[in-house]
Ligand binder design. Sequence first.
Ligand SMILES: C[S@@+](CC[C@H](N)C(=O)[O-])C[C@H]1O[C@@H](n2cnc3c(N)ncnc32)[C@H](O)[C@@H]1O
Length: 246
Amino acid sequence: MRILSDLRVLYHLAVKPVRGADHAARLDSFYAGQASGYDAFRARLLPGRADLVREVVAAIPDGGSWVDLGGGTGATLEAVGPSLARLKQVHVVDLSESLLAVARQRIAKRAWPNVQAVRADATEWTLPPGSVDAVTLCYALTMIPDWFQAVENAWEMLRPGGVIGVADFYVSRKHPAAGRARHGWAARTLWPAWFALDNVHLSPDHLPLLQRRFETVRLAEGRARLPYLPLRAPYYTFIGRKPRGG
Ligand SMILES: C[S@@+](CC[C@H](N)C(=O)[O-])C[C@H]1O[C@@H](n2cnc3c(N)ncnc32)[C@H](O)[C@@H]1O
């Protein structure tokens, strides 16, 4: 029943303390009890993922490769549909064993021979430099302590002309660049404090770094309603291209 599954997820989001000696242990402390209800709840919590991933994968040539860093249960792969079979290699990379167990079940059930679930740190795991056609990070950067290293890692493995897709919650800088969304004091103060309770760290610096490293293909900034809350959290979706001379 959805309400019971939601209550279990909400308990882990809002009540249960996150414990663990290192980042991987803290992730599993957070996710182990909610892995089974993760997909249904996050489908309502994490906006823009499906469209972003479809657009990124559409840019990959036949026989190409896609790495989903912080890919969790592999839920975003469902959005791609049959065109996933066009790709030679897809890697779902994540540190949480409990979420990867769901990803492995999904891969087996769908019989996707070209998809592999890999337990590894998104800041370290890599393929030969310049060999990957697309990298995505959906709501993962905010959970990766060295998120800038995850972006650098994506940059290194992407081929020149390769595409990065990122979706995440964020807050704007106090004085953002012209044309970009500006969030007031309350949003810039309250949202980071609220998400940090779950070790999700909103940053005003994702977009400036992404736009510095990659050519912007598409950037959208919006607000999304969170399940059971009358509030709308700021999020962005970004698609960028590694410069051909890069
Ligand atoms: C909010 S979840 C999003 C999962 C998935 N991308 C999705 O859209 O459903 C964030 C993910 O980042 C993973 N993660 C956090 N730190 C990581 C790291 N250093 N390396 C790899 N994965 C990490 C978590 O385990 C979790 O699966």
